[in-house]
Design a protein. Structure first.
Length: 141
């Protein structure tokens, strides 16, 4: 059974770009072995990630992520059974937030700042879908 999970978290102060790149490199190697696909947004210290795959694999990965000391405030925004993947070709894509139109954020939230803690999980899922569709995806492999 396939599931899709979206979660948000806050990076600890001082998390460097190199650390983020290491996280992505590791995901791009490990995720295919577990049948996991997805995409990650990181903006102003906020992580927003979608994971897709088998229920047990996604749950196990989420538990590891939730216990990672590089971030806090980990919260599940949505979790659902799915018929097909949206990110089937991406072991872990990274959304290039610099290419995103700030007006897109205003469509779903009060401000033009990515803040998944201030909007519903449904609104974040819709925003994420549009961000992925309109912003450049880096490292789609």
């Amino acid at each position: 059974m396939l599931v899709r999970m979206m979660y948000a978290s806050r990076a600890l102060p001082g998390l460097e770009e190199d650390a983020l790149m290491n996280i992505l490199r590791h995901a791009r190697v490990a995720n295919p072995q577990q049948g996991i696909t997805g995409a990650l947004c990181c903006s102003n210290g906020i992580f927003l990630q979608v994971l897709e795959g088998g229920r047990m694999a996604v749950n196990a990965l989420y538990n590891r992520i939730a216990n990672d000391k590089r971030h806090t405030g980990v919260v599940i925004l949505s979790y659902s059974e799915i018929r097909e993947r949206r990110f089937a070709g991406w072991a872990m894509g990274q959304v290039n937030m610099a290419r995103m139109n700030p007006g897109l954020l205003l469509k779903y939230s009060e401000t033009a700042t990515l803040d998944p803690y201030a909007v519903s999980g449904e609104a974040m899922a819709l925003l994420f879908d549009e961000v992925v569709a309109t912003a450049a995806i880096m490292g789609q492999s």
